[in-house]
Write a protein that binds this ligand. Structure first.
Ligand SMILES: Nc1ncnc2c1ncn2[C@@H]1O[C@H](COP(=O)(O)OP(=O)(O)O)[C@@H](O)[C@H]1O
Ligand SMILES: [Mg+2]
Length: 262
């Protein structure tokens, strides 16, 4: 089997690597049943090549979080095709979906830390999923240090600031070196500098370690880290552009109003 260490190292199974980390075709998604059915995603087509950092933006309620949770195998799609790390996940059973999720790092706006565990223990839990008990502490400390939390590893969440808690959640998402990282407004709770530090780290990971990152954000201060910006409006992908085209074709004032409302 042809293996490229950078793209296949942490993908389980014996699948062959393609250049796409995510490939979405004609994807529709509905909430509710019967008369109460509401379609929230319409005919989504999207490729996320390995090593790219793609920012998804769009008005509140446009379906960004829904799309992210579908790609992350946290909910199941009904119609279309959704290939994640070379596996078709539409129609996949829940046990297989769990396997897919092991290769994905999730960063949510709400950090979801365990309050009774220290920063290090919160991160160690993720390492335990891989069965690496001997080195879990050193792996956790190493990533926390990278995120500027070297002096906070044994603090519990209630003794950490909002930004520090978010960085612990980011450490937990990254510690197992997942090939695909999904982030839903990861900098929303951070001040300007920590927000910048976080995305710079994510950009470094994407470039140096060939990770693929799909990040929802309203934070226009960090758009420059993206290889591409996609815009979701009313459940439809409206545009898919490079940063240069995006900036050239949008009046900053309309862009602020239309794209970055929370
Ligand atoms: N669990 C749910 N049940 C029913 N409707 C939902 C649910 N979650 C989200 N929605 C609806 O789906 C649409 C898209 O929501 P969401 O994906 O959260 O948008 P965004 O992240 O872009 O703000 C919204 O109209 C929202 O009200
Ligand atoms: Mg959302």
């Amino acid at each position: 089997m042809a293996t490229s260490p950078s793209s296949q190292a942490s993908v389980s199974g014996t699948v062959m690597a393609t250049s796409q980390a995510v490939q979405i075709r004609n994807l529709n998604y509905f909430f509710g049943l019967g008369d109460l059915t509401k379609q929230v995603l319409f005919d989504i087509n999207l490729d996320l090549p390995r090593g790219q950092i793609v920012i998804m933006t769009g008005p509140s309620g446009s379906g960004k979080t829904t799309l992210l949770t579908l790609v992350g195998a946290l909910r199941t799609a009904h119609e279309g095709s959704l290939q994640v790390l070379d596996q078709e996940i539409v129609g996949l059973g829940s046990r297989k979906l769990v396997g897919i999720r092991r290769n994905i790092g999730f960063i949510f706006q709400a950090h979801n830390l365990f309050e009774s565990l220290t920063a290090s223990q919160n991160v160690e839990m993720a390492v335990e999923l891989k069965g690496e008990f001997q080195t879990k502490r050193s792996q956790a400390v190493e990533i926390l240090e990278k995120l500027g939390l070297g002096d906070r590893v044994d603090y519990k969440p209630d003794s950490l600031s909002g930004g520090q808690k978010q960085r612990v959640a980011i450490a937990r998402a990254l510690v197992n070196q997942p090939p695909l990282i999904l982030a839903d407004e990861p900098t929303a709770a951070l001040d300007k500098k920590s927000g910048r530090d976080v995305v710079t780290l994510m950009q470094k990971l994407a470039k140096e370690e060939n990770r693929t990152i799909l990040m929802v954000t309203h934070d226009n201060r960090i758009l420059d880290v993206a290889d591409r910006i996609i815009n979701l409006v009313d459940g439809r992908l409206e545009s898919d552009e490079t940063l240069e085209t995006f900036v050239e074709t949008h009046d900053p004032k309309t862009l602020d109003r239309r794209m970055f409302i929370m």
